[in-house]
Design a protein around this ligand. Structure first.
Ligand code: PAF
Length: 282
């Protein structure tokens, strides 16, 4: 049975009553509009923990574009149905006043992670993410927290949050779920027109192309081929396509420079911003 709670006090009471009888709690933080990607995190958490908590909260402090926040999808009833079927035990669905009773002013030093790629194109975004995730970690005190690889830079940022505050939990990065043609699942995909949807497949195609070229050419040359492919669509505006050390996100100039290398991309297609990434070496 799925319990649904809206206040911090209810959540704390619920978890205090349960905590002594169980050995682990898994947390899946989300902003709702759940798709197979989110549900794979819930399933994994349900397999690995005695109790799985999912949160749905469209966090206003992580949106640097008010129109993006306004049009973020909120299909609550269908999210609840999906969670009920997926083994989630508790849904925490607070209002903004519950999470932010007063203005937030604290700031985390995230270094380079906040100055490149998503950090650069979405100023302030990761401060909002760390604010809300820290609150959820404090409230739920999970043993494990689950995030999708699609937001890979976010996963590194949350790793930094956990490290700096010495939060005793395990972070789990789960593989990106893709549509049959390769498009990474995202709550934002529903905004794509049929024509835009067709072209959106070029993101994953560019990443897989880079991976297939890694034995033949340098990272810079492979990146150019990826950019060429993205440039073949008049609907796509590239924000970045980078090949980087998977642990630091510093650019690589030689494939052997790092043991783990990842390619990351962000584009705009019409009004919609999409991101994706792929490990080239893992
Ligand atoms: O990845 C998301 O959906 C959000 O950034 C998160 C982690 C739930 C924080 O609001």
């Amino acid at each position: 049975m799925l319990d649904i709670l809206k206040t911090r006090a209810e959540l704390t009471r619920f978890l205090n009553e349960r905590r002594s009888g169980i050995s682990s709690i898994g947390l899946v933080p989300t902003m709702g509009a759940l798709h197979e990607g989110h549900l794979s995190l819930v399933t994994r958490s349900a397999e690995e923990n005695d109790l799985t908590v999912c949160s749905i909260f469209v966090n206003p402090t992580q949106f640097n574009d008010p129109s993006d926040l306004a049009r973020y999808p909120r299909p609550v009833e269908s999210d609840i149905r999906k969670l009920t079927k997926t083994g989630c035990d508790l849904l925490f669905m607070p209002d903004a006043e519950e999470i932010y009773p007063e203005e937030e002013s604290w700031h985390m030093e995230l270094g380079e992670l906040e100055r490149v790629m998503e950090g650069k194109f979405r100023p302030g975004h990761y401060q909002g993410v760390t604010q809300v995730v820290k609150k959820l970690f404090d409230l739920v005190a999970p043993d494990r927290a689950y995030f999708g690889q699609k937001d890979y830079q976010q996963f590194l940022v949350i790793g930094e949050l956990v490290r700096q505050f010495s939060i005793p939990l395990e972070l789990v990065c789960c593989p990106t779920q893709r549509e049959a043609d390769g498009l990474a699942m995202s709550s934002r995909n529903i905004h794509l027109s049929p024509e835009e949807r067709k072209e959106a497949v070029l993101l994953s195609k560019a990443l897989f192309l880079i991976r297939s070229l890694a034995n033949e050419m340098s990272p810079a040359e492979a990146r150019d081929k990826g950019l060429e492919l993205l440039g073949s669509s008049p609907l796509i505006q590239v924000e970045y396509l980078e090949i980087a050390h998977a642990d630091t996100l510093r650019p690589v100039t030689d494939w052997n420079e790092a043991s783990r290398v990842i390619a990351l991309v962000a584009v705009r297609i019409g009004q919609t911003r999409l991101i994706d990434n792929l490990f080239i070496k893992h």
